[in-house]
Design a binder for this molecule. Structure first.
Ligand SMILES: Cc1cc2nc3c(=O)[nH]c(=O)nc-3n(C[C@H](O)[C@H](O)[C@H](O)COP(=O)(O)OP(=O)(O)OC[C@H]3O[C@@H](n4cnc5c(N)ncnc54)[C@H](O)[C@@H]3O)c2cc1C
Length: 503
């Protein structure tokens, strides 16, 4: 057998695939029984919601939006609010229902298997929540999440968006290395008591349906990676308006909106993060931007991966149903060997890409953005929060800037370079693997179904239109491949350059 020092030396000398133990490491750390119980409950709830709300309305909403461009699916938002889905994954001491992010990925996959647009409509609210979390401004989180909880109680849904994309910068906003190459215009100018924002954001999912918008802007758009900041703007604020809704090919029920800012004043209270607040943190301004962007995308890309698996599953289910009920050349399609091979391939695509987001979520829970919630005692506190008698004290702690400083130190200072890379790499891998699987399966479903596949009422063509969008948002799949290359391969070889302009 190898000695301890030999084991260490072989592991560090050959760093490729040194993360084979994510699942095993998480098994030791996570409250597995409680997570399993919660996940099963959440999946069952998603299936009930699919049966009662999603399946009966998915095609109808898709058609309605095609016929009436400005239509907004408020009835669906109300329903999701009634079922508690906008607070389900918000910790209890912020007023939410305290489920773990782990179960959210499974939930999203479940809804996405029946309708990607509706899954995005719920999921993208947590993209907004994630943007709030990643700045670790606990006071702001507390205020906004409590408003979401109040919105649930009073049947007035309060949704959150994350707005980074601008007319001149999409991919460039998704990687710190590219940020300085983009044409960014969303400028925040310091004024008495806050900032004035000018510029616009485009393709913001749920924009027209949301109450709060996490807007990434720049004090100096010529030096974005050093001057990036995160501001919260409320729908109805002076100087803020909605522009067009994009007329897109898929996920029609989830609007993609333009947000326009003309001298829009944001008081200091709603600045989640700026240079002043972050000064003194490791790595200077660029380091802070990189760490926050990387943490954000490594978690949010897992959510999009779950959408991808959902799409792959939905397509598989439509193809299977068709093959079980259709005769070709005198026998059921399912009894043709070539059809069985296609269905086996589709099943493999679902199962293997699902493993990628589970593995990614394991890494994230051990050492990424989700880390604070998977420590066993904290998991139970977040979930059950048994200290209601302490509410006034806890609220005062959440309001205190000291709490925010402690969280920022814990979350933005303690992550090593290796941990950042592992998280970014797994987020990217899961994202492009699962969304490619969604596209691949929706294509195979159309192939298997022939003319029936392109009929609107058979739903397979809708999955095809919806799935394509997954390969574009949360970083195009090309960008995610670059991110994996940089995180897992390029960094081991000094001669490698990533994100260089090609001549
Ligand atoms: C349905 C939908 C919903 C969306 N929701 C949101 C949202 O809620 N919030 C938000 O902020 N944004 C949102 N977006 C925007 C999305 O994040 C961007 O579309 C995405 O980042 C790609 O940017 P782009 O479309 O400007 O493409 P571009 O950046 O113009 O890229 C064009 C092509 O060049 C490739 N490319 C560019 N740079 C590189 C590079 N360095 N290396 C390799 N290839 C490269 C890209 O892969 C792509 O193929 C949404 C988009 C869609 C379609």
């Amino acid at each position: 057998m190898l000695s301890r020092s030999e084991i260490q030396s072989f592991l560090t000398e050959h760093p490729d695939f040194d993360d084979i133990s994510n699942g095993m490491r998480s098994a030791a750390r996570f409250p597995n029984k409680a997570l399993l119980k919660e996940t099963r409950k959440v999946v069952a709830l998603a299936r009930k919601f699919n049966k009662e709300v999603v399946i009966p309305h998915a095609l109808e909403l898709d058609r309605k939006k095609q016929e009436e461009h400005d239509y907004l699916p408020w009835e669906f938002v109300q329903k999701a609010n009634e079922w508690g889905f906008f607070t389900m994954w918000i910790p209890r001491f912020f007023g939410g229902r305290g489920c773990s992010f782990h179960s959210m990925f499974y939930f999203i996959e479940e809804i996405a298997s029946q309708c990607l647009a509706m899954a995005n409509l719920i999921g993208v609210h947590y993209l907004g929540a994630g943007a709030l979390f990643c700045a670790w401004n606990i006071r702001v989180c507390n205020e906004i999440f409590r408003e979401v909880a109040e919105g649930e109680k009073h049947e007035a849904p309060c949704l959150i968006t994350a707005a980074t994309t601008e007319p001149g910068a999409g991919t460039d906003c998704e990687e710190t290395e590219l940020l300085d190459k983009g044409t960014l215009t969303c400028r925040a100018t310091r004024v008495d008591g806050g900032y004035r924002i000018n510029g616009s954001k485009i393709f913001i999912s749920n924009g027209h349906l949301s109450t709060w918008h996490n807007v990434v802007c720049y004090e100096d758009p010529e030096r974005p990676s050093e001057t990036a900041m995160l501001c919260l703007v409320k729908t109805g604020a002076d100087g803020f308006s909605f522009g067009r809704q994009e007329n897109k090919m898929g996920q029609l029920a989830c609007p993609a909106s333009e947000l326009i800012f003309r001298d829009c004043f944001v008081p200091d209270r709603y600045v989640s993060m700026n240079n002043l607040q972050m000064s003194g943190l490791r790595g200077g301004e660029k380091g802070k931007t990189r760490e926050i962007l990387s943490q954000f995308f490594s978690a949010s890309r897992l959510g999009v991966a779950a959408f991808g698996v959902g799409a792959a599953r939905g397509a598989y289910q439509k193809a299977l149903r068709f093959a079980l009920n259709t005769e070709v050349s005198g026998k059921l399609l399912i009894n043709h060997q070539w059809a069985q091979n296609i269905l086996a391939e589709m099943y493999k695509n679902v199962a293997s890409s699902r493993l990628s987001y589970i593995e990614g979520a394991d890494v994230n829970g051990i050492e990424g953005m989700l880390r604070p919630v998977y420590n066993k005692p904290l998991f139970y506190i977040f979930k059950y929060y048994p200290f209601h008698w302490m509410k006034p004290i806890v609220n005062r702690m959440l309001e205190s800037s000291l709490t925010t400083r402690i969280f920022r130190k814990l979350q933005l200072e303690w992550m090593t370079e290796d941990q950042l890379n592992r998280n970014a790499g797994w987020g990217a891998l899961a994202k492009f693997m699962a969304t490619d699987a969604g596209m691949k399966n929706s294509h195979l479903a159309l192939e298997l179904m022939g003319q029936a596949g392109v009929r609107h009422d058979r739903e397979a063509e809708k999955i095809f239109r919806d799935a394509k969008l997954l390969q574009i948002y949360e970083g195009t799949n090309q960008l995610n491949r670059q991110c994996l290359f940089e995180s897992f391969i390029g960094r081991h070889y000094p001669q490698v350059r990533v994100y260089e302009h090609e001549s």
